[in-house]
Every structure is written in C-alpha cells, then in structure tokens.
Design a binder for this molecule. Structure first.
Ligand SMILES: [Zn+2]
Ligand SMILES: [Zn+2]
Length: 128
C-alpha cells in the first residue's frame, strides 16, 4: 500500500483518494476549522455555545481547536494561546506562533484582495 505524508502533521497515512493531502484526523480538523471560521466570519463575536450549535461541531472540539491556535478568530469563551511556548530548537511552531502567522497571512491576503478589487479609473484600455 502506498502511503503519503500528511501536509499538516507529516504523519504517514494511506490515502483514500488521489487528491487526499491530509491524514483523516487532520482532514476532519480542517473541515471543522472551515465551518467555525465561516460561521464567525458571518457572525463575528459569538460565543462558543452558539458556534457549536451553528456548526454542529461539539463544544469541546471548538475549545480544543481554539486552544491549538487553529481558528482564524476564536469565539467568546474559548481560550486562545496568549504567549509563545516554542522549543528553542524549533521556533515558530507553537500554537501561539501559528496563530500569529495565520493572522499576518490573512491580513496580507485581505489587503491584496482589496487592492486587486479597487477600480482604477481611466486606466482601462478600450478594445474598440
Ligand atoms: Zn495529519
Ligand atoms: Zn512560539
């Protein structure tokens, strides 16, 4: 059986599909994270109970994902990592640093999207 290294945790797993890049636990976590992120994007500032009800993700799971720094924005009542706990040998790998990095990447993506959608008046070339 050919195995593959998970793109998130580097664990080896047997893919069920050709395009499966993540091991089953990471795949499930990504799905939950996507649900929660989408939910908080449309209704920011909600608490953990509300998010759990809205997404169908168990509360413990929401708390766990928030604590691991995987959510783009943590719901109210969830504990997010507030300080760096990196090993000196592998800096930038702890939940706090991951969260900081994700925040920076998201801001950069947002700025890029904003810049790209800004209409540039008078600059359009006419085909006719
Ligand atoms: Zn994995
Ligand atoms: Zn760190």
């Amino acid at each position: 059986m050919p195995t593959r290294a998970c793109r998130t945790c580097s664990e080896r797993f047997i893919p069920l599909r050709f395009d499966q890049a993540h091991c089953p636990p990471c795949d499930a976590a990504r799905r939950d994270v996507d649900l929660i992120d989408a939910c908080l994007r449309s209704s920011p500032g909600q608490n953990v109970d509300w998010v759990a009800l809205a997404t169908g993700v168990p509360i413990e799971r929401v708390l766990e994902l928030a604590a691991e720094g995987r959510l783009a924005a943590a719901p109210i009542g969830a504990d997010v990592p507030r300080s760096c706990r990196c090993e000196p040998s592998s800096p930038g790998r702890c939940a706090y640093c991951t969260l900081q990095l994700r925040g920076r990447l998201r801001d950069a993506a947002f700025d890029a999207a904003k810049a790209a959608s800004t209409p540039v008046r008078g600059m359009r070339m006419r085909g006719e």
